[in-house]
Design a protein around this ligand. Structure first.
Ligand code: SF4
Length: 489
């Protein structure tokens, strides 16, 4: 789609809306065209969208009062809002339908109602923002409002001296077709695993010293990847011992380890998790359908998931999360419903329902494959929401990703009292999260202003090994930030 901007330079906002409405379009390419203009008069700021879609013209106008402009940063938001909404109006007229999240283009739909409620708006009025300004569908409004309630409660429960930690283990036994993660198939990287564990111990020590020196404590800890249980039991023992020995964990209320792949779960490794106070484990089938698992490139069956789940339950008092993905190659609404019903029959405390996202670098994107249609994915999700609610689960966090099938969402569901605080804090950016290991991203959060700075750790094990001393020095340099923001919440 050719994009012409007049009177402004909000190209990113226009491209975001284009991706939401017309996911098949790419900026600058093809016959379709959009002219998006902004004009400031004495009383009104006016945005006009003129869209040519498949040879037919559609136009729309949105306005804001000039009095809304304050000369500050929020002016940008007002301008972008009316530009996006004008494009949205013209685009939905052209399409004859509205996307599930209406005109919301960001990845965090919960922030809008959560912030509104924290500023004193009632839940009803916060929901109306989603309905009237962003035209979010009723089913998605309900999801967002449930998660906003959890977000507000989570923020209240966090103390100003607390941070969370993410530890990335970038290895997996083999690579799934939809994966764009850095994780390296372990058979090709076996010689790197031991040095990686040694380097990680070094970074854990440096981070522990930093936290103690600045008077910070760990509230939640999440070991992800990759698949952390790709490590052997002795290697896991070394990592978890280092965490326990070096970090101020006295106030830690949640310690998760992802054991995503059943082909990596053994009683010995689970015993190590149990010994080191891990209280939440993620076992991720993605699908319980053997044909779908095979097309995903997963060398295991649904029966293997059941076995692994049983081992996790026998090994310790873990809360268990299980992930499913809607929209996988070869899956159908019926197959997805069977997978969900199988997962629920096992009784995990958390179920996370993802929507397939076509990510750059994944085999699925590069090689192509026939996928369920957006309508089928919508059926899978909408049915799943009903089934989960009936089974006693409630949504507690959600987020969207670019290139997500049908522009839907990922939603975490929890039995009462079992929501993962780490997931809420990370997704809603409620406090600082320090990332260690491969592929993690540290998020520094300034609580008063809401400003966020991201610092990425290297993606590949080789880079991590090469740079670990530099990474430790950079961690140490966070001390002034941690002191300055301590106690503010
Ligand atoms: S288990 Fe997860 S991280 Fe590992 S290859 Fe599959 S999708 Fe990627």
């Amino acid at each position: 789609m050719k994009l012409t901007l007049k009177g402004h330079d909000y190209r990113y906002a226009a491209e975001q809306m284009m991706l939401t409405l017309f996911p098949g379009e790419r900026p600058g390419a093809g016959e379709n065209a959009l002219t998006l203009s902004l004009f400031r008069g004495e009383s009104w700021l006016t945005a006009r969208a003129e869209l040519i879609w498949e040879g037919v013209s559609f136009s729309a106008v949105r306005r804001a009062r000039v009095g809304e402009l304050t000369g500050g940063l929020t002016d940008d938001r007002v301008c972008q809002r009316i530009l996006k909404l004008a494009f949205y109006d013209a685009g939905t007229r052209a399409l004859g339908k509205e996307p599930p999240w209406g005109a919301l283009t960001g990845v965090r739909p919960v922030k809008i109602p959560a912030k509104a409620m924290e500023q004193g708006l009632s839940p009803l009025r916060a929901e109306r923002l989603l309905r009237d300004i962003y035209r979010v569908s009723p089913i998605r409004r309900r999801l967002a409002m449930d998660c906003a309630g959890e977000s507000v409660a989570a923020r209240r429960s966090l103390r100003g001296d607390e941070v969370s930690l993410y530890v990335g283990i970038p290895f997996c036994p083999s690579r799934c077709v939809y994966c764009s993660f850095i994780s390296a198939a372990v058979e090709r990287c076996l010689p790197l695993v031991e040095p990686f564990v040694t380097a990680l111990e070094r970074e854990i020590e440096a981070t522990g010293a930093l936290l103690r020196e600045t008077g910070r404590t760990v509230r939640t800890l999440y070991v992800g990847g990759g698949t952390p249980t790709t490590l052997s039991a002795p290697q896991l023992e070394r990592v978890l011992s280092a965490l326990e020995r070096c970090l101020p964990m006295e106030g830690c209320s949640e310690f998760t380890v992802e054991a995503g792949r059943p082909d990596t779960i053994t009683p010995e490794k689970l015993a190590v998790l149990s010994k080191h106070r891990v209280d939440r484990v993620s076992v991720n089938p993605q699908s319980m359908e053997d044909g779908v698992l095979e097309r995903m490139g997963r060398p295991h069956t649904g029966a293997d998931i059941r076995r692994a789940y049983g081992e996790v339950r026998r090994a310790g008092a873990f809360a268990v999360n299980m992930d499913l993905i809607a929209g996988l190659p070869g899956d159908t609404p019926e197959g997805f419903a069977r997978s969900l019903s199988e997962v629920l029959s096992m009784g995990p405390e958390n179920v996370t329902v993802h929507t397939l996202a076509l990510k750059k670098g994944s085999r699925l994107t590069e090689e192509g494959s026939s996928l369920p249609s957006a309508e089928q994915v919508e059926q899978m999700l909408d049915r799943a929401w009903d089934v989960l609610r009936e089974a006693g689960y409630a949504p507690y966090y959600l987020y969207r990703q670019k290139y997500m099938s049908g522009s839907f969402e990922n939603v975490g569901w929890a039995k009462s009292g079992c929501a993962s605080l780490y997931n809420i804090a990370m997704m809603e950016e409620l406090h600082t999260i320090l990332a260690l290991g491969g592929g993690g991203v540290t998020k520094l959060v300034w609580p008063e202003s809401g400003k966020i700075k991201r610092v990425a750790n290297p993606k590949y094990p080789q880079e991590y090994l090469r740079d670990v001393e530099k990474i430790c020095r950079e961690k140490g340099a966070l001390a002034p930030f941690l002191r300055e923001t301590k106690g503010v919440q």
